[in-house]
Design a protein around this ligand. Structure first.
Ligand code: NAD
Length: 267
């Protein structure tokens, strides 16, 4: 799948990974890029960097009517919807119920709303693409933030569900699983001393958002279902796709790799 001449929506497009995706899709020749974010000024700034082929929309992705409205773009029907906006909490078992529900709304339900908004018209037009930003935290035994890890795992499960049900109708879903990217989210997490962010920082493997955008463009061109910017995460997924015994062995080996030596610092 090439982005050239496609109409693309990117939620969370004002900052970090979403901003890098919006800029990269424009550079790849997208015919229209909708930069959607809660942060209206930030979205306008990114759309301004792109120029005529972009528009900014303020959206709260936890609102279904607002996400549904993103399907009506000034550039025509959506070919690629990147459901990328996400939030992180900062708690373990002590996470307040409000944190569970707000993370569930933004990190999971927003993907459901996006699929509901565009999948029927994509099927009617012969196909389309969804790219859902999840996280390595939804794949591995991630230390720290319980609602974040659980909602990201749910987001991966939802993407797989959509893929299973709609691939034969031409709708392809890719899951982006980053693991430590230099963005406002990571900086905020480190500042607030979140365990997940501290663990990522201690790993010493932090990518630039533009590296992730490159992995996405290559992943979409190869029509890969899972897009892993980090080789360790890709290796884990490769093991997972093998038989169950090997998968369990692979998982413990992967967790070992993460805990020693990369997470040698107590967290
Ligand atoms: P970021 O904070 O730079 O960007 C997130 C953007 O989402 C912001 O512009 C924010 O305004 C927007 N947003 C938040 N809530 C919103 C809402 N309700 N409606 C609309 N927009 C909203 O962070 P980022 O690191 O670029 O995060 C992008 C995605 O990548 C998230 O889903 C995040 O969970 C995921 N991710 C990030 C990392 C990392 O290390 N940075 C690792 C794994 C996964």
């Amino acid at each position: 799948m090439r982005v050239r001449d496609k109409v693309v929506v990117v939620t969370g497009g004002a900052s970090g990974i979403g901003r890098a995706l919006a800029l990269r899709f424009a550079a790849e020749g997208a015919v229209g890029v909708v930069v959607a974010d809660l942060d209206e000024a930030g979205a306008q700034a990114v759309a301004g960097e792109i120029g005529d082929r972009a528009t900014a929309v303020q959206v709260d992705v936890s609102s279904e009517p607002q996400v549904a409205a993103l399907a009506n773009t000034p550039f025509g029907p959506v070919d690629l919807f990147c459901s990328n906006a996400g939030i992180i909490g900062g708690h373990g078992l002590d996470a307040p119920e409000q944190e569970w529900t707000s993370l569930y709304a933004v990190n999971v339900l927003a993907h459901v709303y996006a699929a509901r908004a565009v999948v029927p018209s994509m099927i009617a037009r012969g196909g389309g693409y969804l790219l859902n930003t999840c996280s390595a935290a939804g794949l591995i035994s991630c230390p720290g933030d319980a609602p974040y890890a659980v909602t990201k795992a749910a987001a991966i499960a939802f993407a797989e569900w959509v893929s299973i049900h709609y691939a034969t109708k031409g709708v392809k879903v890719s899951v982006l699983c980053p693991q430590g990217v230099r963005t406002a989210m990571l900086a905020h997490g480190i500042q607030e001393d979140h365990v997940t962010a501290r663990a990522v920082a201690a790993s010493g493997v932090i990518l630039d958002p533009s590296d992730v955008a490159t992995a996405v463009v290559e992943g979409l061109e190869a029509e890969r279902f899972h897009i892993f910017p980090h080789p360790e995460v890709a290796e884990y997924a490769r093991r997972k796709s093998d038989d169950p015994d090997r998968w369990l062995a692979g998982m413990s080996q992967f967790v070992d790799t993460l805990t020693q030596p990369r997470f040698a610092t107590p967290i």
